[in-house]
Design a binder for this molecule. Structure first.
Ligand code: GAF
Length: 388
């Protein structure tokens, strides 16, 4: 057991008076490229990261569910399993208990549970702390209750928890990455067929680091801009007479321009070109030869940021500053990651430049009078699993 796992087991024992039946881990994610494509049934290339939620869980036999967080800022919740439903649980507990509810919705009997959640995925930083919470509980229940759901159904369970219990109208990107990520790989995700394919991302071998810049601008997908962008895309689908924006190819853009207002056209152009960039990135990462591998994808990452900033309009001053500063100080490519409107940016940097880039970003925030960002490297990690 790692130190974190032992600490989680000890805390559970202190809290509930006995050891947990087991401990499960689920990682946060960084999306390497492919933003706002998942709900448009396009392509994305996320990776699970080496930051995770640990769920220590035991069964009870009295149909009572107790959920507690290692971080004492979050209140404990106790209620009857039958009372868990959308609207009955709010705040942090909506995510784990949403998963319990989604299992029950599928006919799985809930005998009663003790759940203790602890995470080192920063909350509200765009690194999918919510998906990590959901997926840790989903794999725990799947094992403990012998539910036998395959990963695609677990993705839907977690998405349902997030959409219907937590009220965030998100797609499947985050949950898929958290459940199916693999060390040293990103995951090429076809959001229409739901097929996934691990794509090599040997950062260390290539002498590279993937830096995260948490801007500390907290974002929430349960409000505002995220839903508005989904609505823009739905309007475009209707006006263009297609099933989804996945059906729009680059060659169709000139005609689409004539049929859409300017803003809606720019939303469509982002989605169409972003799908293309994902496929090109995956191609560069899978092909052999000089101009391939992780060092070759920088320009595509930066082009993705420009498109999200100018066409999809989901960036913000802090994300732009992080990206621009990283590029000026030696990053091969940089972009915002996740839904945007705050959260984190990523920068692909040669190992020897990592410290300089991090310091330059922190300094640029200080000079601009902004809150100090957190800058740290992440590595591609394995998806959700039992750890004790
Ligand atoms: C958030 C959502 F949860 C994902 O489903 C995805 O839409 C992403 O924003 C944007 O690519 O992380």
């Amino acid at each position: 057991m790692t130190c974190r796992t032992t600490a989680a087991a000890d805390a559970f024992t202190r809290r509930f008076g006995h050891a947990p039946d087991g401990i499960w881990a689920a990682p946060g994610r960084v999306n390497l490229i492919g933003e706002h494509t998942d709900y448009n049934l396009g392509f994305a290339l996320p990776l699970a990261i080496d930051r995770s939620t640990l769920a220590a869980v035991s069964l009870r036999n009295d149909s009572t569910v107790r959920a507690t967080a290692l971080d004492t800022a979050y209140d404990d919740v106790t209620l009857a399993a039958a009372d868990i439903s959308p609207g009955a649980v709010t705040g942090w507990a909506a995510y784990p208990l949403g998963v319990v509810w989604a299992f029950a919705q599928r006919g799985v009997e809930i005998p009663g549970l003790e759940l203790q959640l602890g995470s080192d995925v920063p909350i509200g930083a765009g690194l999918s702390s919510s998906a990590a919470l959901e997926c840790s509980v989903a794999v725990a229940l799947n094992d403990l209750l012998g539910a036998g759901f395959e990963p695609p159904e677990l993705v839907q369970i977690c998405r349902q928890a997030e959409n219907e219990m937590a009220g965030a109208p998100t797609g499947i990107l985050d949950q898929t990455a958290s459940l199916l990520g693999r060390g040293d790989h990103a995951l090429l995700l076809d959001c229409r067929s739901l097929a996934t394919q691990p794509v090599p991302l040997p950062l260390r071998e290539a002498g590279l680091q993937l830096l995260v810049v948490d801007t500390k601008v907290s974002h929430s997908h349960a409000s505002g801009g995220y839903s508005a962008r989904r609505a823009d895309c739905a309007r475009a689908v209707e006006a263009l007479g297609v099933d989804s924006l996945r059906d729009v190819e680059e060659g169709m853009l000139p005609e689409a321009r004539g049929r859409l207002d300017q803003t809606t056209f720019r939303r469509v152009r982002h989605v169409v070109t972003e799908n293309q960039r994902v496929l090109e990135t995956a191609h560069l990462l899978t092909s052999k030869g000089q101009a391939s591998g992780p060092a070759a994808i920088g320009d595509l990452l930066t082009a993705s940021h420009v498109s999200l900033r100018d066409d999809y309009e989901v960036s913000c001053a802090e994300l732009d500053l992080a990206v621009d500063t990283a590029l000026q100080h030696g990053a091969l490519g940089a972009r915002m990651t996740g839904g945007g409107f705050g959260g984190s940016a990523i920068a692909l940097v040669p190992e020897e430049a990592a410290e300089k880039v991090g310091a330059a970003v922190v300094n640029s925030f200080r000079m601009a009078g902004l809150k100090q960002p957190d800058v740290f490297p992440v590595a591609p990690a394995d998806g959700a699993r039992r750890v004790a």
